[in-house]
Ligand binder design. Sequence first.
Ligand SMILES: [Zn+2]
Ligand SMILES: [Zn+2]
Length: 219
Amino acid sequence: MSNSYLIEGDDGLTLIDAGFPGKEAAVFGAIRGLGHSLDQLNHLIFTHGHPDHIGSAAAIVRETGARTYMHSLDIPMAESGGPFRPLRGAPGLLGQVLCRLFYQPDQRLEPVAIDQRLTPGETLPIAGGIEVIHTPGHCAGQVALLWHPGRMLFAGDVAANLMGLGDPVGFECLQEGRASQRKLASLSFDAAGFGHGQPIVRDASTRFRNKWGQKAPVT
Ligand SMILES: [Zn+2]
Ligand SMILES: [Zn+2]
C-alpha cells in the first residue's frame, strides 16, 4: 500500500521512506536480498512525516543505526509519533473516499528521532547526490528527492500513480499542492517513484509535463 525505495551506492545503502507500521521485516528482507547486512543501511530519508511513510522507522533505525533526514516542518509529527495534521480529500469522489479510508490524523506511532533537517535546494552527498526540493501542499514538510546519478525523482505524495499519474489522496492545501506538481513538471528526469502506485521507469518527466506542465490545463 505504500512504497519505500532502497538505493545501493558506494557509500552503502539509503532508504527513502519507511512504510506503514510493522513493515520493517520487508525492508530487512530487501536489504539482505541484495546481499547486504542491516548495518549497511546508512541513511533513511523521509519525503514527509505521514504515518504511512514513517510507520516502521523507529524499528528500522533500532536495527540498522541509520541516520534520519526530514524537512523541519514535519519533524514534530515524527518525533511525537502523532497526532498528524488533517488532510482534505483530493478533488473528485475517489479522493474523498480514499482520504477518509486511509488517512487517520489521530493515529499514534512509535516516535522516531530525526538526526538532520533537510534544507530545500541542497544536494545531499549521498548515493552520488540527492537534491532536496520542497514540495508542500499534500504535507507542509514534504520534499521530493532528485537522485542525480540515477536520473530518478522520488516524488513522495506530490503525486500518485495508481490509476495513471494523478493526485495523492488528499491535500493540506490544494493550491500549494498544484504549485508543487508544476514545480516537478519543470524538472528533467527519466524515472519516477511514488509513495503510492507503480514507478514510471522511462520518460517520466514528459509524463509530469503533459499532466502539470505550463501548457497543461489546470484542474
Ligand atoms: Zn502523505
Ligand atoms: Zn503516503
